[in-house]
Design a protein around this ligand. Structure first.
Ligand SMILES: Cc1cc2nc3c(=O)[nH]c(=O)nc-3n(C[C@H](O)[C@H](O)[C@H](O)COP(=O)(O)O)c2cc1C
Length: 172
């Protein structure tokens, strides 16, 4: 099996993280993986916003809680780092470009022994007033909408690798 396929097959979402922070070098590699993702027409309209520090993460968590109307929304499973991927509001392919960038991020993180999971709750909520206030503080441009985000850190639980594949493959 190729190293790439092995990496893809052994990555699993992690939903419980230690406090330990990523090193600058690890973060740099992970961001580079995102930056090198394919994008439509090589537009690369994305911004990768790295959020670290409990205070900022809690501000965002609290704003998301209000936007989605949930009082006990988790703080990104206690991940020490969150990378928000955003693109200009009017760019209709932003979700696709952001998704492939996120997969690159997840795979590079996994290669480095770092756990990750997609965080979905910013989608459709970037323009909620409470969320926008925090996005402004985090330097996400006002004309950007956030797509998926990557919660990143070291797993504090053992994640089993079991996965049943349900996708359909047809050789036509
Ligand atoms: C579009 C999308 C949205 C997702 N949203 C969340 C989320 O908000 N919270 C979460 O814990 N996992 C989320 N996930 C992760 C999936 O639940 C996970 O990838 C799936 O269950 C397969 O498990 P695996 O990643 O361990 O292979 C999301 C994944 C995708 C692709």
């Amino acid at each position: 099996m190729s190293e790439v396929l092995n990496n893809i097959k052994t990555r699993r979402s992690v939903r419980n993280f230690k406090e330990e922070q990523l090193t600058g070098e690890q973060l740099d590699h992970i961001i580079t993986a995102g930056l090198y993702a394919p994008s439509s027409c090589n537009n690369q309209y994305w911004q990768f916003t790295v959020v670290q520090g409990v205070e900022k993460l809690e501000l965002l968590q609290s704003a998301i809680s209000k936007a989605i109307g949930v009082t006990n929304y988790h703080r990104f499973y206690n991940a020490p780092t969150l990378i928000i991927v955003s693109t200009p509001r009017e760019y209709e392919l932003g979700a696709f470009d952001s998704s492939v960038a996120l997969e690159n991020i997840f795979l590079e993180a996994h290669e480095l022994g770092i756990g990750s999971v997609w965080i979905n709750q910013l989608i459709g909520n970037s323009d909620h007033p409470e969320v926008r206030k925090v996005l402004q503080l985090l330097k996400v441009p006002d004309n950007h909408v956030a797509w998926g985000s990557a919660a990143l850190g070291f797993a504090s639980v053992v994640v089993t690798n079991d996965r049943e594949n349900k996708g359909v493959v047809v050789y036509a």
